[in-house]
Every structure is written in C-alpha cells, then in structure tokens.
Design a protein around this ligand. Structure first.
Ligand SMILES: Cc1ncc(COP(=O)(O)O)c(C=O)c1O
Length: 445
C-alpha cells in the first residue's frame, strides 16, 4: 500500500499543508471552495515520468484534458512536454501557453471540419484519426492545402481493462478507435496519398489502469498490424500508446511510471520508430486538492449528512463515475486532545486508513458527504468516516483532485466557477479567478 500524503501535501502540527502554506491560511485569503495545487508536486511527477520514459527514448505528450489551466500548460511546456489535445479549444490554449505546433497531437473521435482545418493550418505534428469517415474528410480537405499532415490511425485493440466502465476506451463497442482489419485497409488505401503521411498507429485503452497486462496485450496487437503493413512494404514510423496510468485514490492501487515504461520499452524493442505516450492524470492528479468548508452537519437517519460548500458542479467525478476522493480535515487540533496528525509522518499514513489512523484515538462518525446542489447525485461519498467533532465552518479537503476535476466544473445551479490556486513554497498565486454570476451574465442578453 502506498501513502496518500506526500512530501508536498502533508500534516504539520495538526495543519494540512501544501508546501509551506497551511490550507487554513490559504482559506483566510481565498473564500472556499477552491482548487489548490502544489507546484513542487507537479514538477516531481513530471521529473519521475521523464526519468522513466525518456531513458527509453519515449516522448511524452501531456493529455491536457486532465487539466488545461494555462499556468499548468506553461509548466508542461517549460519541462519540454508536448500535448495531446481533443478540441480546437485545447489547441487554442496550447498555443496560448506557447506550446509549439510540432509538439501537438490531435486526438478525438468527433473532430469537426472546422477543427480539422484549424489544426492543418496550425501545422500540428500528428492527427490521431479515429474513423474511416474522419480520414475521408481530412483527405478531401487536403485538396486545399499543400503542406502534408502526419496521420496515425487510432486502433481499438479490443482488450479488457479492469477500470470503471465509463473510462474504458479500447474494447469492442466503445466509440473510440478503429477495428484492426479496417485499420489495415485504411492504411493501405491512403498509403500513397501525396498529402496524408500515413505515419503511425495509436491507441488509448482507458484511464486509471493499475496493471501493465492490458498495455502488453494491446501493444502486441498493434505490433501485429505493424508487421503486416511493413511486410507489404509500408513503413509505420510512430506508435502512440496513449495514457491511462492509474494513481492511488486511497485503495493503494496505482501503476508506477517505472513499471509501465518497462512494459512499453520491452514490448516495443523490435519496433523501429518513435514511441509516444499521453499521460494526463498521473502527472497532475495528486498535485491538487479541493478545499471546501462544512456548511452544516445535518443530523439524520440512518446517517447524518456532512453538507459542504463544494458541490458536484465543482467536483463532478463522484457523480459521473462514482469516484471516491479521500476527504480529510484541514485542521485536526480540536478533534482530540491527543490528536495524532502532528506526530504522524506522512509515510505512516496509509491511504485507505487516512482518516481513521489520523484520528485513531478520537471518535469517528460515518456520514454521507454531500454538496448544496439540488440533485441527489450531488453526493461525494456515502458512509464515510470523519471525526465526530466535525462542525459547521470546518475546512475539509478532497485529495487527488488535480486531474479531471477543475476542468469539469460548471456553473450549474448558478453557482460560481471556483478559483484555482497554485502554491509554490510560501507563495500563493491565483491561476484562475473565480468566475462569478456577474461574469457569466455578461454573455447573456
Ligand atoms: C486519447 C487520450 N490520450 C490520453 C488520455 C489520458 O489519460 P490519463 O489521464 O488516464 O492518463 C486520454 C484520457 O481519456 C485520452 O482520451
């Protein structure tokens, strides 16, 4: 089992800290709820990823859908990463962050004609094409251009992945990718096209995968296709193997960069070309937290409700895929005169025991953790243990909310879109301002 708290997000003297700032002190300056990131954690993750993959000559394209805040994209760019994008909006952001076009890959199952044109004109390095229809549209658009584009066909390798059904993408019946035989015929059909450079094959088999076996299996399937095409005289010069590397959300399950890098490197030793990966979550998820305040502890049967000021519009993953984000108190001083957290080193805090080990000498109560939105699915966790001394006004913090969280925020129930804050040592920088109803109403007539 791994630890959830890290060198950068840890307890000191009963206070949850991000780098040198306590969450309580940040919340004195910025009204809750808000997202908060550790720059040092993000940089550590990037460094680990680079160390694991670049050793094998594998290129990293950050899947920016995980978190496309400009500040974060600039950091990714400074670290030399490319991006994997899924919309013209993401391309716009990548450009604004200074990411060069030759480090942009465009994935996505439903790219519009306008988006394809914009990407052609921008001169991106690769289109990951997901259907015969998309390829035909691209071919027809290329009649108007002279500069060739690089194409990788995204294969649906039909492998089973042990993750939530809403985040598997490489199994028959998923909308993503192209079936193997059709991939071969499309590659052959367009091999001699003057402006479509049939460059490679791509895959992305799902997200939050904690086992190397599906990668091994899927890469083998891709390589079978490479062998067939190359035996027929065509060259496959790049393999884009997607992302999906799982992180520890509290159950001790994850996929380390080292393990997946080794699997990929071994599986592709005989491949004579460029290998690319597209990690998203594994770079940013554990660098972020969502800070919220308790509005009420509503006494009820069979369980009381912890009603926070954060809601499903701020953090949608629990409602969308029953995801559980570990929830901890920002300040445990009042919970127990023998409060543990000051004595606990982060390495002693086991993820799935986070609350109970922290509070082992104090009483716990099990609650349903909910937000104020008028939907029953506005529930972050059921039957969840928190200190029985938790009260209105307390700051509660969802861990591992750096990826697929702020990017999914909406203004549902006419709630503000909450700020994002970057911490670097003792510096607090707002990297996305709160978007208020007044801001939003400006766009309405
Ligand atoms: C095409 C593609 N590449 C990469 C990713 C990144 O996945 P993850 O954030 O799980 O690494 C995704 C996410 O869904 C994706 O759709």
């Amino acid at each position: 089992m791994t630890t959830l708290l890290t060198e950068q997000i840890y307890y000191d003297n009963n206070q949850l800290q991000i780098e040198a700032c306590s969450i309580s002190s940040i919340a004195e300056q910025i009204p809750t709820p808000f997202y908060c990131y550790s720059k040092a954690r993000l940089l550590t993750n990037i460094t680990h990823c680079k160390e694991a993959f670049e050793n094998y000559g594998i290129d990293i394209h950050y899947a920016m859908k995980a978190n496309s805040n400009l500040h974060i994209l600039r950091l990714m760019n400074q670290q030399g990463l490319g991006v994997d994008m899924v919309s013209a909006g993401e391309m716009r952001r990548a450009e604004a962050a200074g990411i060069p076009a030759n480090r942009m890959i465009f994935s996505g199952v439903g790219k519009s004609e306008t988006e394809l044109r914009q990407a052609i004109e921008t001169g991106i390095c690769q289109f990951n094409v997901e259907s015969a229809e998309e390829l035909a549209l691209l071919a027809s658009l290329m009649n108007e251009y002279t500069r060739p584009v690089n194409i990788a066909l995204r294969v649906n390798p039909n492998v089973a992945v042990d993750t939530h059904k809403h985040i598997t993408t490489g199994t028959k019946g998923n909308k993503f990718g192209i079936e193997a035989t059709q991939t071969l015929s499309l590659f052959r059909q367009y091999a001699d096209h003057p402006l479509l450079n049939m460059n490679g094959l791509a895959m992305h088999i799902g997200s939050q995968i904690c086992d190397t076996a599906p990668y091994h299996q899927a890469i083998s399937r891709l390589l079978e296709l490479v062998n067939i095409l190359e035996a027929e005289g065509m060259k496959v010069s790049s393999l884009d193997l997607g992302g999906g590397f799982g992180i520890d959300y509290g159950d001790g399950q994850k996929l380390s960069f080292e393990a997946v890098a080794k699997t990929i490197a071994e599986a592709t030793t005989d491949f004579n070309g460029k290998v690319v990966i597209e990690p998203g979550r594994s770079l940013i998820a554990d660098a972020g937290v969502l800070v919220s305040r308790v509005n009420y502890v509503k006494q009820a049967e069979p369980r009381s409700f912890l009603i926070l000021d954060a809601a499903m519009n701020d953090l949608m993953r629990p409602a969308l895929y029953q995801a559980i984000h570990p929830l901890v108190a920002a300040n445990t001083t009042d919970y127990d005169s023998n409060a543990q957290s000051s004595e606990l080193k982060s390495s002693e805090l086991k993820s799935s025991e986070l609350n109970s080990s922290e509070l082992k000498r104090s009483e716990l109560m099990n609650v349903d953790v909910v937000g104020p939105v008028c939907e029953s699915t506005d529930t972050f966790a059921r039957d969840y243990p928190v200190s029985s001394r938790t009260k209105a006004g307390d700051l509660m913090v969802f861990l591992c909310t750096g990826a697929y969280c702020s990017v999914m925020s909406s203004g549902y129930n006419s709630r503000d879109i909450i700020p994002e804050v970057m911490i670097s040592n003792d510096e607090i920088q707002i990297i996305r301002q709160r978007i208020t109803q007044d801001d939003l109403m400006k766009f309405e007539v």
